[in-house]
Design a protein around this ligand. Structure first.
Ligand code: MN
Length: 232
């Protein structure tokens, strides 16, 4: 096969404790999946069906353990927000996946940030427009190495947290997810055929807020490690 331009690099996330990488196919994200965060976004956290948006696969910024990786403050915003999330890495694809079979489709888990241009997101939301400009920009998905489910198990509880310059900003527990990971996979797979390599960002707990250049943003999920970025 002769390509008229060189193919883009394959976006990939390192696997924790290994020299291997997880090639990323798509990034799906769940909106408003913790009640307290739904309230702070001005929504009723009643258990409506989950909704989804996407980021491009090359929005990921792999962050090595123990390092602080530079992430550029994005253009066209004055309200750039952090959201710490549990990320699910799909290892076996499928459609119409049953809730009680969903864990069999998970390859591993990671902690990641769904970075957001909140001013653009709210403006688009209020006008009924798609969210891409607010959510799907370059470097909008920093992520720690993926922990194989064989090592982590399938976490249903555990602390999720984020600090900015050492100050605690977000804190919650995976048991507070409105839609559990298996329920999210089951629901998403009704709308999209999932494939190995898909990532699902499962939503953020309360306490989202702005970051500025120079800030160090650190987040973690109990049992899955943590990641740190510097906004530059
Ligand atoms: Mn989010």
């Amino acid at each position: 096969m002769n390509y008229v331009i060189p193919p883009a690099p394959i976006p990939a996330v390192p696997v924790a404790g290994s020299a291997d990488s997880f090639a990323v196919r798509r990034i799906y994200c769940v909106g408003r999946n913790y009640a307290a965060h739904a309230r702070e976004m001005g929504s009723d956290p009643e258990r409506e069906p989950p909704f989804f948006f996407c980021k491009p696969a090359d929005a990921i910024v792999p962050v090595a353990p123990g390092s602080t990786t530079d992430v550029a403050y994005p253009p066209q915003t004055t309200n750039y927000h952090h959201e710490v999330e549990l990320v699910v890495a799909i290892g076996k694809g499928g459609r119409n996946i049953a809730i009680d079979a969903a864990n069999d489709h998970v390859w591993g888990y990671a902690v990641g940030f769904d970075m957001t241009r909140r001013d653009l997101q709210f403006d688009l939301r209020d006008k009924g427009r798609p969210w891409e400009l607010g959510k799907a920009f370059d470097q909008s998905a920093p992520i720690a190495p993926i922990v194989p489910a064989g090592d982590s198990g399938h976490p249903t509880a555990g602390r999720i947290w984020l600090t900015v310059n050492g100050q605690l900003k977000q804190q919650g527990d995976l048991s507070d997810l409105i839609w559990s990971v298996p329920e999210t996979i089951a629901h998403l797979s009704k709308y999209f055929e999932l494939f190995p390599g898909d990532l699902i960002f499962t939503g953020t707990p309360e306490g989202v807020g702005p970051v500025v250049k120079g800030d160090i943003v650190t987040g973690g999920v109990e049992g899955l490690g943590e990641l740190s970025i510097r906004i530059v």
